[in-house]
Every structure is written in C-alpha cells, then in structure tokens.
Design a binder for this molecule. Sequence first.
Ligand SMILES: O=C(O)CCC(=O)C(=O)O
Ligand SMILES: [Fe+2]
Length: 325
Amino acid sequence: MLTDDQINTWQQQGAFVMQLPEIIVGTSIDWLNLNLNLEHIDAEHLDFGSPDRKFEFPTSIESLDDLVLNEQLIEAVQQLLQTDDIRLLQADLWSKLGVGSKDHDAQANTDQRMHMDYGNNTLLHPDWFSPDAVAAVIYYDDSDETSGGTAFVPRQGEDDPAYQPPFIHMPGQAGKPFFNDRHTAEKWFEKNDPDAYKLRQSLYEREQVVQFKPGTVLFYRHDIWHRGTPVTPGKLRRVHNLAWRRADARAWSNWNEGWARQSYYGNVEAIIGRSTPLQRSLLDFPLPGDPYWTKQKIDNAAARYECYGFNAEPYRKGLIKTESV
Ligand SMILES: O=C(O)CCC(=O)C(=O)O
Ligand SMILES: [Fe+2]
C-alpha cells in the first residue's frame, strides 16, 4: 500500500502523511458522524484518550474494530517495519475539544509540550536505525474547521542536532519532572536546563503541522519529536491513535488492556470469528503453519470459535504442510 518514497521518508525523517482510501475509513467516518459529536461528549474530559477507555480496541463497534485490523493498514506497517510478523500495541478513538482559555494547568493536553512517544511505551531507548514500532494518528475531521493538527519535526539527516541520542531532553525523562502543557514545560527548562531549553525552542521553530481531511493519516515513529496543538475553541477533533510493534521487539508495553479481557459477551469472539488469519495474528493468535499448532489445539480453537464464524481450514492446511516437511 505504501510507496518506496513514503517508506524512506518514515525511516529517515520519522513521519509522513497520506490519505487513506474510503474503503478503509468510510464506515468508521459514517459511524462517527452519527455517534461522536459535540452533543455526545463529556466537555469536562480534556485529557488524551477516550473517557474510561471506552473506545479502546475492542470497542464492540464493528466498523471501528474492523478498521483497526484492516489488512491494508497491516500491510503498510509490515512495509515500514520490514517484517510480516507484527502485533497491535494501541488502538484508541478519542475526541479533543477546543477550549477558549489560554491558561492551561501543568498537565493540560490542549497545547502539548514537544515530546517523543517512546517514553511511556517501551522500557528501552529506541535505536533510530532499527525501528521496532510504528505509531499513527487517523484524523476524522477537516483541519480547516477544527485546527489541532499534530505538529512534528522531520529529522534532517544523521547530523541533525535535534536527533542526537540519548533522547532525554523532554519532561519525564532522566529525572526531569513531567508536564504535558507546553508553557509549563518550557518555563521549567528555561530555568533548570538552559541547553535543553535552547534545543527545544528550535523544535518549536521547526515544527510542521499536519493539515487533514477525514481519513488523513500521519504515520510516525516513537522517536520523532511531535506534539498535539490546540483545537479551535468549541470544535471537536476526532482521531484514532494506533500503534504496532515487530513481534520480536523487546520491552514494549501494550497501551490497551489485554484483548481477551472483554470476552464472554460475544464481541471479542466475533472479532476472532470474522477476521482473517493475518488479522488475528495482530492479536498474537498464531498464523497457520506456526509451530504452536497441533491437531488438538486447532480442534479446541475451532470448538471455541466456530459458532462465531471461525474457519479452521487454513490452520489445518498449515499443519499438513508443516508435517510434510
Ligand atoms: O493529539 C495529537 O495530535 C497528538 C497527541 C500526542 O502526541 C500524545 O498525546 O502523545
Ligand atoms: Fe505523542
């Protein structure tokens, strides 16, 4: 789904923006336009993420859950991470409400401090030359109406002073206090870490703000400088935050709760039932041909999921192939 140019841009500069086809986003946009508008939201909830984690995958809303496991998106991530074997780390649909006041508290999400995302997603420090994970924001509104595009700072080659590891010049890293709000964070750096303050000021000068229409996606890395910017007061910007990792990546945390936790009511089971083997593999359900499978295990999985449409045939075929080698 991606061009070489898009893959190279992501690898070298850390991010790129594209429009997703209607076939991927159309039904989710329709659902959102009916079900997630100003009259549906809690105006007090101004933080990142859906209130009470309500729209974290699995949501039980078919169009949203199917978008998260869309095979074209999976293919894009496979291309970026240069492996077929990937796992889902995060999928949350949330809305950001524009607020009028410029006086934000220290943890306000409205005008975010410049940051990288790796800090609360992995215990390790990322290596620019072997990325383990991909992040994405899908936008469901029009930035001409809402503003609030994510701002990011493309890396300009190996000598870029902003991208010399270790990446610790941000709130919450290496002993620095955590503030989400830009103004509060930069006041702290100005007073306590003037070199980092200077570097960080240059990031704000260099930032590019994503312009979006419904279905625009920003693919970015967990080690690119970026931040959320204010939404127009009284407007709502709805987005999906998604993230994936290589199956063999170490020390990454799942942002969402475990996929199985909402089982027993048929929604999780139906996702397993209607998904393809590739889609299931995002949830760590082994692919056909994986050494995990035995005839007994396939029979048991089929017994659990066949009433939800699960077809065990590809797994049985994979078993025959594995046995015959
Ligand atoms: O809201 C956005 O555009 C970006 C949010 C973000 O970067 C974050 O919360 O880590
Ligand atoms: Fe972020």
